[in-house]
Design a protein around this ligand. Structure first.
Ligand code: BYC
Length: 333
């Protein structure tokens, strides 16, 4: 979908050895803002970090369907149900484009799925928190998708062509998701005192985990330096976190909500909102598999994978039949 020629494990480009001259030419192309395409020479470390990031991103989209899918049958009206259903389907589509983009780097979708299901691959920490009330669906759209947009708009300019192109459509859809979430929050905040309290309670639970979505602080980020040099990332984790906070605080105040951070204060000197300390111990725990819902999410994914086995089998049988028919018609010519 994003390329005409996929790399395979044994292609020359894939097995490229360390080559300082090729590496210098590669970096010059990156510096000149040229896009790198699947069959171009690339350093093994560039391929590795991109495969890791895109696969984790794809897994996040797929696991991210679970907390919201949980509310489809309980949405408060037909309009809300239709919008939520469409949003959750969009996330599945994002996962599919992203797996396709990662496959162009030479790792098969099956391998990536195995890595997710075995627990070897990461997915976003945020999807390990529970969705306890309808307001959580508003919060996910407003803040989780809002954070995703802040992170993903710069990825539309990522140096790797297939990832950058996939991101354009993803960002358009995320923008609809963000608006539907904010609109849910607006309705709750303009509603009864109980609805407003539900919205505030959801913000209290989600605010800090959302800030963790941007990844560890720059001083602890292993991949930022190389990812910035290769123009995979255009901003550091802390820069994007600050941009998100600056954009979101006025939106929360417009809703009449209070952020659960006593240190939050507009800094006239810097022109940014100062914020309190993020609990990085909690972040590490969640990423290590010990968040409130990690085990439940993985159990649900494994069950869904097993239940879908017959679909994969049928698709493979159909593909084989088509191949055989094509071979027979060539032989008959
Ligand atoms: N959760 O060196 P760092 C969505 C890991 S989908 C878990 O800074 P990097 C949505 C990181 O992978 C949202 N792990 O890494 C879907 C690395 O571990 P490894 C997902 C995290 O890659 C459905 C280690 O920590 N978005 O929005 O330079 C419904 C060190 O970090 C997290 C994307 O994936 C985390 N939050 O920067 C609604 C966007 N943060 O691999 C919404 C694409 C870090 O060395 N990804 N880690 O074992 C990125 O932009 C970057 O990968 C990150 C991290 C900013 C996330």
């Amino acid at each position: 979908m994003y390329t005409q020629a996929l790399n395979s494990q044994d292609s020359a480009a894939h097995t490229a050895k360390e080559d300082p001259q090729a590496e210098a030419r590669f970096q010059a192309r990156i510096d000149a803002e040229e896009k790198i395409e699947p069959n171009d020479w690339m350093p093994a470390a560039y391929r590795r970090t991109l495969t890791r990031q895109i696969a984790q991103h794809a897994h996040s989209e797929i696991v991210g369907m679970l907390p919201e899918g949980n509310w489809i049958t309980r949405a408060p009206s037909l309009k809300r149900k239709a919008a939520l259903l469409a949003k959750v389907q969009d996330e599945g589509g994002h996962g599919a484009y992203l797996y396709a983009a990662a496959e162009t780097l030479g790792t098969s979708r099956e391998e990536m799925e195995d890595q997710l299901l075995s627990g070897a691959a990461k997915y976003s920490s945020i999807f390990n928190y529970p969705t306890l009330s309808w307001a959580d669906i508003g919060i996910i759209g407003w803040l989780v998708d809002g954070a995703a947009i802040m992170n993903q708009i710069p990825l539309c300019r990522c140096s790797y062509g297939p990832y950058a192109r996939a991101m354009v459509r993803v960002c358009k859809e995320e923008s609809f998701h963000q608006r539907q979430g904010y609109e849910i929050m607006l309705a709750l905040c303009k509603g009864t005192p109980a609805q407003k309290a539900m919205a505030q309670e959801a913000l209290d639970r989600w605010w800090w985990p959302v800030l963790m979505m941007f990844g560890p602080p720059d001083k602890d980020s292993q991949h930022t330096e190389s990812a910035m040099r290769w123009k995979i990332k255009r901003f550091t984790n802390d820069e994007l976190r600050q941009k998100f906070i600056d954009a979101t605080i006025p939106q929360g105040h417009f809703l009449g909500l209070t952020f659960p951070d006593p240190a939050l204060k507009f800094n006239d000197t810097t022109g940014h909102w100062d914020y309190g300390d993020i609990d990085w111990v909690e972040f590490k725990q969640v990423v290590a598999g010990n968040g409130p819902c990690n085990r439940q999410r993985m159990a649900q994914r494994r069950a869904a994978h097993e239940a879908g086995g017959w679909v994969r089998e049928a698709a493979n049988a159909y593909a084989r039949k088509r191949q055989q028919r094509a071979a027979m018609s060539i032989a008959a010519e």
